[in-house]
Design a protein around this ligand. Structure first.
Ligand SMILES: Cc1cc2nc3c(=O)[nH]c(=O)nc-3n(C[C@H](O)[C@H](O)[C@H](O)COP(=O)(O)OP(=O)(O)OC[C@H]3O[C@@H](n4cnc5c(N)ncnc54)[C@H](O)[C@@H]3O)c2cc1C
Length: 386
C-alpha cells in the first residue's frame, strides 16, 4: 500500500506519528524557546521515547534500522513547527551513526557509553569541521592531531559548531590534519584541553546550540580515530555529507510546506478591499509558486533518499536536493511574510521565525554555491572532451 508520493504504509505511519507529536508537544513552546534561546532537554528525551534518534541505527544498538526516507519524513514534520529541534536531532545522531561502523574494538568501547544513549535520546554529539579560516574550503583546515604513543594530541580551533555546548553532548567528532592525511577523531566532552566558547548569538535557530571550540594539547586514545588513518576528509566529502544534505533539504521542505499552509489559510480569511486577499492574482502567484516548489522539492528529496536506501551513488541528487529545497524554502518564507503583511514581520506569527531560521539552510552543510560546484562536477564540467 502506498500514497500518491509512493510512501509505504510504514513510512506514512512514521509521518503521522511525528506530525501528531510535533503539533501537540513541540509546537506549543517553540516560540518561547526561540525567544529565550533555550533548549528543552525534557522534550528531546521524549523524542528518544518515540524512537526517533535511533531510527537509523541498527537494532543491535537500540535502534530500529529504518530507511533514510522515513527519517527524512520525520525531520520534515518536526521542522514544520521547530527547525532548531530537528536540527539538533540529526546533527546529534551523526556521531553514533559513524561509531556504529567502527571496528569491533571501537564498538565494544562505545556501544554502552555513546551509541545506545544516543539512540535513546539521552545523548547527542557534535560534528566539528568548520574553522575560522576554513569553511567551504575544508582543505585549508589547520586543526592538527599528532600521534604520541597510544594517544592523539590535538591542537586547533573550530567555529559555528552545533550541539557541542548542550548538557547531554557526549563528544565531538573533530576533523583534523594528521601526518597521514585527514582524520576524524572522537573527543569526549570534558577532555582536558577541550574548551568551548559561550553560545553564539544567532539570527535564527536560536534554541539550537552553536559555539566555537578549541583544543589545546588535548589528548585522546589512539582508538578514537574513526575510519582508519587518512580517511577523514574523504569520508566526509564523499559520503557523510550526502545524507546530511538530505536531512537539511527535508527540514527546508517542512518549513516551506508550513509557510504555504499558514499563508493559504491566512489569505483566505484576511479581508482587503472587501474580499479575501486570496482572490488577488499577485497573492495567488506567491501561493502557487510555494505549492509547486514544495512538490518539486519532495520529488527531488524522495528520489535521492531512495537512491541512498538502494546503496546507489547519489552525490548529484544530494546536492540538487540541498540546493533546490533550501533556496525554495527561503523564497517560501519570504512569500509567507509578504502574504501576512505587517503581521508577518511581528514575532507573534511563526512565519517571522521561519524566515530567520531558514536563512542558515543555504549556508550550513555546504553553501548553495558549493552545491552548484558539486552538481557541475558530477555533470562532468571539469572533464575535457565530449
Ligand atoms: C546555523 C549554523 C550551524 C552550523 N553548524 C555547523 C556544525 O555543526 N559543524 C560545522 O563544522 N560547521 C557548522 N556550520 C558552519 C557551516 O558549515 C559553514 O558556515 C559553511 O560551510 C560555510 O563556510 P564559511 O562560513 O566559512 O563561509 P565561506 O566558505 O567563507 O564562504 C563565504 C561565501 O563564499 C562562497 N564561496 C566560498 N568558496 C567558493 C567557491 N569555491 N565557489 C563559489 N563560491 C564560494 C560561499 O558560497 C559563501 O557565499 C554551521 C553554520 C551555521 C550557519
Amino acid at each position: 500500500m502506498s500514497d500518491a508520493n509512493g510512501y509505504t504504509e510504514a513510512q506514512l505511519q512514521i509521518q503521522r506519528m511525528v506530525r501528531e507529536f510535533s503539533r501537540k508537544e513541540v509546537a506549543p513552546g517553540a516560540e518561547e524557546r526561540d525567544r529565550e534561546s533555550r533548549f528543552d532537554y525534557e522534550l528531546y528525551r521524549r523524542l528518544g521515547g518515540l524512537g526517533l534518534p535511533g531510527m537509523l541505527l541498527p537494532e543491535q544498538f537500540a535502534g530500529s534500522d529504518t530507511d533514510a526516507l522515513s527519517f527524512c519524513l520525520a525531520l520534515e514534520e518536526m521542522s514544520r513547527v521547530d527547525m532548531s529541534l530537528a536540527l539538533t536531532m540529526w546533527v546529534g545522531i551523526q556521531g553514533a551513526q559513524s561509531m556504529a561502523h567502527g571496528t569491533d574494538e571501537q564498538i565494544a568501547a562505545w556501544r554502552g557509553k555513546y551509541i545506545e544513549p544516543t539512540a535513546r535520546g539521552e545523548m547527542v554529539s557534535a560534528g566539528a569541521i568548520t574553522e575560522p579560516d576554513a569553511g567551504s574550503d575544508t582543505a585549508a583546515l589547520k586543526t592538527r592531531a599528532v600521534a604520541d604513543g597510544d594517544e592523539w594530541v590535538i591542537n586547533g580551533s573550530k567555529i559555528f559548531i552545533s550541539n557541542a555546548g548542550l548538557e547531554h553532548c557526549g563528544f565531538a567528532m573533530v576533523l583534523c590534519r594528521t601526518d597521514e592525511g585527514y582524520g576524524i577523531i572522537i573527543v569526549p566532552t570534558g577532555t582536558p584541553g577541550y574548551t568551548m566558547g559561550p553560545p553564539l548569538r544567532k539570527m535564527g535557530l536560536r534554541s539550537s546550540d552553536t559555539r566555537e571550540l578549541s583544543f589545546d594539547d588535548c589528548r585522546v586514545p589512539a582508538l578514537n580515530l574513526l575510519g582508519g588513518r587518512g580517511s577523514g576528509r574523504e569520508a566526509i566529502i564523499t559520503g557523510g555529507f550526502y545524507i546530511t544534505r538530505l536531512y537539511l533539504g527535508s527540514q527546508a521542505i517542512g518549513v516551506a510546506a508550513e509557510c504555504l499552509d499558514l499563508s493559504l489559510a491566512y489569505a483566505k480569511r484576511r479581508i482587503a478591499f472587501k474580499r479575501p486577499i486570496a482572490r488577488f492574482e499577485y497573492v495567488q502567484g506567491m501561493l502557487v509558486e510555494m505549492a509547486l516548489e514544495v512538490e518539486l522539492g519532495r520529488l527531488l528529496r524522495d528520489k535521492a533518499c531512495r537512491m541512498h536506501d538502494a546503496h546507489q551513488y547519489y552525490a548529484k541528487e544530494a546536492a540538487m536536493t540541498k540546493l533546490f529545497c533550501t533556496e525554495m524554502a527561503k523564497r517560501a518564507a519570504d512569500h509567507a511574510v509578504q502574504v501576512f503583511g505587517g503581521a508577518g514581520y511581528m514575532d507573534e506569527t511563526p512565519v517571522s521565525r521561519y524566515y530567520r531560521d531558514i536563512r542558515a539552510a543555504t549556508i550550513a552543510e555546504g553553501t548553495s554555491e558549493v552545491q552548484k560546484y558539486i552538481i557541475a562536477r558530477e555533470m562532468g564540467c571539469f572533464q575535457d572532451g565530449g
